[in-house]
Design a protein around this ligand. Structure first.
Ligand code: PHE
Ligand code: NA
Length: 506
């Protein structure tokens, strides 16, 4: 007799958790800089088109697969077609690797949240972040690329993040995950909303907004701008990672799928644009204080934006400590809820295939991931490693996984209409044939060209001037690891009947 699957308590819990997964570091530190560099106001056009033609359609496809086949990625894909289980494990492997470094960034944010109160970073914020805090080794020339010199200032918050993650995952979907999102999502909106409003009243804010939104229409003719838009949407919505498949599998059978999908997608993009406003208003203030134009500022995206540029402007602001605490507190909340979602995928798939209990899965997976993240990323070479793994996992791993999903569903198995009927049989807003068109035609074409251009540029140009052997290990090697993990885990025996959990009658 099939065991009853865990369930979200209801629609709101699901929506908040899905938003919690989507809204992460990508919204706060990635979107504003990407938009600025790719045409400013004009970027919003390719961005919106990417949202409508790939983001929302693939999000709904993930929902359909997870809800209809009621499993985390490997089980759900196996039920779609037996040999497809490997695609699920490929996604699980990506999630695991991403979790290993994502946790490290949350740990940094936690440290900087504390440092906000006494502005511990001083005047030289770049020196503070890479030198005093991360104690980065110089990886140029003959210096080591990999060390085991641990940095205690990173290690301690990192252990805290892992403990908090293991505890919540062990508590379960409704009692752990969903509860955290019920608290953190409103709190995040409050904290970040306060920050944005404050930023808008700073001197120079208007210049920052002009810098961000002044459209450069010429950018729309540049294919790289379109690639940037599609990849931002992908990463930002957490699609093709197995996360949305897993979350949708915890919904009741008669659960509306499409309208929550639209809510999640627009909430995520809304938050992103909102973050752009807050971040660029604050950057306008920094430019104003330094007597330069916004265009002359450096470090407008990623870790440098968050941990070097932001501390610098916090220090120059009246009552800046509070502003800093709101910023880093927001990073922690946004990042932590995303981290939980990534690990839920890994945990659920091991429970399903190997019969581990929830507690066993969260402790075992959490401890292994924690140890790896300490070894690889809390050392003096951690930042370089993190940057490289991120580049390959996101730009190659995820895009490849999306290509395979759309091609297999749309072309090999021809199951797109089945998925569409499933969505429409439970949802209030039906999706029309435009949805199938996006999955079958647009998705594969756009994503494949994106993937090919990424591979070519990484092969030809390398990355950030890092040594070739290093990229072979930490970049291509990691992708190879995804494949090996997928094959090995697929071949292992199911310790429990794959049908132990209930499924839709097909
Ligand atoms: N969507 C998250 C963001 O925008 C990132 C993320 C990626 C979360 C992968 C979970 C899994 O930051
Ligand atoms: Na996001």
């Amino acid at each position: 007799k099939p065991e009853k699957r865990e369930e979200f308590s209801g629609q709101l819990g699901f929506i908040l958790s899905a938003i919690g997964s989507a809204v992460g570091l990508g919204n706060i530190w990635r979107f504003p800089g990407v938009a600025y560099e790719n045409g400013g106001g004009a970027f919003l056009v390719p961005y919106l088109i990417a949202l409508l033609t790939a983001g929302i359609p693939i999000l709904l496809l993930d929902y359909a697969i997870g809800h209809r086949y009621r499993g985390s990625a490997p089980l759900a894909f196996r039920r779609v077609k037996r040999w497809l289980e490997g695609l699920g494990w490929f996604q699980v492997a990506i999630c695991f690797v991403i979790a290993v470094y994502y946790a490290v960034i949350i740990a940094w944010a936690l440290s900087f949240f504390v440092y906000s109160f006494d502005l511990r970073w001083g005047d030289d914020t770049a020196g503070f972040f890479t030198g005093t805090y991360l104690q980065l080794a110089d990886v140029g020339g003959a210096d080591p690329w990999f060390t085991l010199d641990f940095v205690p200032a990173v290690l301690i918050p990192l252990v805290l993040v892992w403990v908090a993650t293991i505890v919540v995952l062990a508590a379960g979907v409704a009692k752990g995950l969903e509860k955290v999102n019920f608290v953190f999502m409103p709190l995040l909106l409050l904290a970040f909303g306060t920050l944005v409003v404050r930023a808008l009243f700073l001197p120079g804010a208007a210049d920052g907004l002009n810098a961000l939104f002044t459209p450069d229409w010429g950018a729309m003719g540049d294919p790289n701008v379109w690639i940037a838009a599609y990849s931002q949407i992908f990463f930002s919505l957490s699609i093709a990672f197995g996360i949305m498949i897993t979350y949708a599998s915890y919904r009741k059978r008669r659960a509306n799928l499409t309208s929550p999908g639209f809510v999640v997608a627009f909430a995520n993009s809304g938050f992103e644009v909102f973050a752009g406003i807050g971040v660029f208003a604050a950057l306008g203030f920094l430019a104003h204080e330094q007597g330069v134009a916004v265009a002359e500022l450096e470090g407008l995206t990623g870790p440098i934006l968050a941990f070097v540029t932001f501390p610098a402007l916090v220090s120059q602001m009246p009552a800046g400590g509070l502003f800093g605490a709101l910023f880093f507190g927001s990073l922690v909340m946004a990042g932590y809820t995303s981290l939980l979602s990534i690990l839920q995928v890994v945990s659920a798939s091991f429970q399903e295939k190997f019969g581990w209990t929830r507690a066993q899965a969260s402790v075992r997976i959490g401890v292994v991931a924690a140890v790896l993240s300490v070894l690889a990323f809390s050392t003096t070479t951690g930042l370089v490693a993190l940057d490289t793994v991120d580049q390959w996992a996101n730009n190659i791993g995820i895009v490849a996984s999306a290509v395979v999903t759309t091609v297999v569903v749309g072309w090999v198995l021809r199951r797109t209409e089945e998925m569409r009927f499933h969505l429409n049989s439970v949802s209030t807003i039906p999706v029309g044939r435009w949805w199938s068109f996006c999955i079958v035609v647009l998705g594969p074409v756009v994503l494949t060209s994106m993937l090919v251009s990424r591979i070519v540029s990484l092969v030809v140009d390398g990355y950030e001037g890092y040594a070739a052997w290093y990229l072979n290990v930490m970049g291509w090697g990691v992708v190879a690891l995804f494949l090996v993990a997928a094959v090995v885990l697929t071949r292992m025996r199911w310790r429990v009947e794959p049908d132990r959990f209930d499924a839709w009658p097909t």
